[in-house]
Write a protein that binds this ligand. Sequence first.
Ligand SMILES: *[C@@H]1O[C@H](CO)[C@@H](O)[C@H](O)[C@H]1NC(C)=O
Ligand SMILES: *[C@@H]1O[C@H](CO)[C@@H](O)[C@H](O)[C@H]1NC(C)=O
Ligand SMILES: *[C@@H]1O[C@H](CO)[C@@H](O)[C@H](O)[C@H]1NC(C)=O
Length: 418
Amino acid sequence: MQWKALAGLTLGATQAHALLRFACSQLVVERFDPLLNPGAVSPHVHQVRFVSFNVTMDPGNDFPSISTCTTCTFKEDFSNYWTAVLYFKHPNGTFKRVPQLPGQLLGNPNGGMTVYYIQPPSGSFTSFKKGFRMIVGDAMARAVNTSSPEANAMNFRCLDANGGNGGVTGAPGTDSQTLPSKPCAGGIRSQINFPTCWDGVNIDSANHKSHVAYPTNGACPSTHPVQIPQIFLETVWDTAQLNSMWPSGTPQPFVFSMGDPTGAGQHADYMFGWQGDSLTRAMNSCKDFGGSCSTLLTQSESAINSCKQQARVDEATDGWLPALPGCNPIQAGPGRAVANSGCGAPTTWIGTDPTAPPVPTGNPPASTVTPPVSTVVPAPGGTAAHWAQCGGQGYAGPTTCASPYTCKAQNAYYSQCL
Ligand SMILES: *[C@@H]1O[C@H](CO)[C@@H](O)[C@H](O)[C@H]1NC(C)=O
Ligand SMILES: *[C@@H]1O[C@H](CO)[C@@H](O)[C@H](O)[C@H]1NC(C)=O
Ligand SMILES: *[C@@H]1O[C@H](CO)[C@@H](O)[C@H](O)[C@H]1NC(C)=O
């Protein structure tokens, strides 16, 4: 299992393979997910690390040129990375977002995550194409499918006391595929490995997954023969400061923003955005654990921490909250969680977005959706315009897209002209 090999990396070990490891601070915490819920408020809260984050993210966008800053140490990385957020459920029923800790040896970024790009074991790789994006994980999962390479590519480390903040001898602890059942003295680290095999053609797919695959016995399958760098994300949750409020003998009190107390639903999204050939250059020459690489431009910690975005969904995500933001009751599984709505949470965002696509009907259910500021009306002649809906359960409008766009299924409820 791939994650086991990666979890075995230790600081200071000689790296045979190219490696980039660096910090990206937190840009914003809000309910946006431009991959799964383009043009709509997302069902649950994410934390994001890059500044051109938006309610919709056109693959044609050139992130380096439309962004004013990046939260990553390496200045040429304008990629977007986002993950779900962890909350603590107090015995009195209220929720508090768990603060985050920096990764070891990477200074003191504000929240955020540690990003790794690792050369595949067999050496050669092709860098990502402009517009490339992918998702790992399933927010609705509540049980780990141990036959799934994807599920096996994510886990948690229950960090020992010296594994949390600043330890320099590795990050000791034990790994589990669900949230640790006992208090962790150094916090909990989410560890997510993205797939390393690509079909070589598509920068995205309807489920944002099937254009990529995990290797089998170390080799890419014939359907996905092209090796891409291994992206590995670590987020350290400072759960230790909340452990004193965890009554002994009760179940573990941490819950992901989508109402997941198991951890099986942790997930991460990636949109490639490195400037020019900077990633390839770096992967061909750097092997550093501590956030430096001589061929890349770096920026100061104060620069990455001052790159921020105002949350655009008008709701609290911090403090002691009566409920998780959005309609996310705790669903412990083991069956898949069901989407909820109608709790009165905001479904619109602040600020106008002239070319936002229409809100997908049924995801979340249409009855709860307030249309976004601008709605794309189907073009005359029975064709649907760029961004417009063109299919999905319960949809009765035009199914042909205006040239040059094609109708692409986003999920069972929504196809869109892209
Ligand atoms: C946000 O999205 C809109 C609609 O796609 C686009 O016009 C705008 O350029 C985007 N802004 C950024 C900073 O990406
Ligand atoms: C729940 O506990 C927290 C931590 O002690 C406290 O700040 C908050 O006010 C409590 N909320 C309620 C509703 O009791
Ligand atoms: C578990 O993963 C395997 C391999 O991907 C898949 O074939 C199977 O359908 C999955 N089981 C469930 C219950 O999702």
